[in-house]
Design a protein around this ligand. Structure first.
Ligand SMILES: [Zn+2]
Length: 254
């Protein structure tokens, strides 16, 4: 559990120390608030590697490689994304949701057929994912792996938790399913920001060689941003690669 374990040990030591020193009640309250704040920060910021190891970029990457990732598809907009990727000779990684795969199997087939990498983004992408016990998290991952297998004929290695949420239950599930957890270091906020130029500017400012960019193949807005982004990355001589090529890690197991 990485940093979480260290934080618990430090807080327990402080707790014992405060008891010995007969500290005032508000000192204990501050300790509790501090602990709660650190845990929630760790839960919602996947880059902190707080509960589990997640790959959010390749910091060693000297070459001008960048990985575009698309979450929450397949979706009717995915076809436009695929057309653009083809046009710019770019490869990407799609973190797919099981219920969407059931809705758009032909688009799922096209993603795989065109040589993009696919990862697991759970079966139902439930809003309550952060509250699921580890058995339920495992079930969500395995059910989606089985669905994806029908298209890849290989076991999926890459997993991205919905909303980037991690906690002890997710960590326990991943220890059992042995997936490689993929985060991001460039969050486009394409589902929150309305202005396309603002989204593009945000990505351009943050993108560096070795970056993992988080996008969603679920809106025309993102398709428009992608068109401009690909043009920019091409002019900056970037090679747009899938996660396996960026991190030198296998996307699948036979
Ligand atoms: Zn998602």
């Amino acid at each position: 559990m990485l940093r979480h374990k260290n934080i618990i040990v430090i807080c327990l030591i402080l707790l014992v120390l405060f008891c010995i020193l007969k500290a005032a009640w508000w000192v204990f309250l501050l300790l509790f608030i501090g602990f709660a704040a650190l845990v929630s920060w760790g839960s919602f910021d996947i880059r902190q590697n707080y509960f589990l190891k997640a790959y959010s970029s390749n910091p060693d990457r000297k070459e001008r490689k960048i990985a575009l990732t698309f979450d929450d598809g397949p979706h009717q907009m995915t076809e436009k994304v695929l057309d653009l990727l083809q046009q710019y000779n770019a490869k990407a990684t799609f973190f797919c949701i099981g219920t969407q795969i059931e809705k758009y199997p032909n688009i799922m087939q096209r993603i795989v057929g065109e040589g993009h990498v696919v990862g697991n983004h759970t079966y139902s992408h439930s809003k309550s994912f952060g509250f699921f016990p580890s058995a339920k998290v495992k079930e969500e991952i395995r059910k989606n792996d089985d669905l994806l297998f029908e298209f890849t004929h290989k076991k999926i290695k890459f997993f991205r938790p919905p909303f980037g949420v991690t906690n002890p239950n997710v960590a326990k599930a991943i220890a059992a399913t042995k997936h490689t957890v993929i985060g991001w270091n460039v969050r486009s906020l394409d589902t929150l920001i309305q202005n396309e130029d603002a989204i593009l500017k945000r990505i351009k400012n943050k993108a560096k060689p070795g970056s993992i960019v988080l996008l969603h193949d679920t809106s025309l807005k993102t398709v428009r941003v992608l068109e401009q982004l690909l043009l920019f990355l091409q002019s900056e001589k970037y090679d747009m690669v899938a996660i396996d090529k960026l991190l030198n890690l296998p996307a699948y197991e036979d």
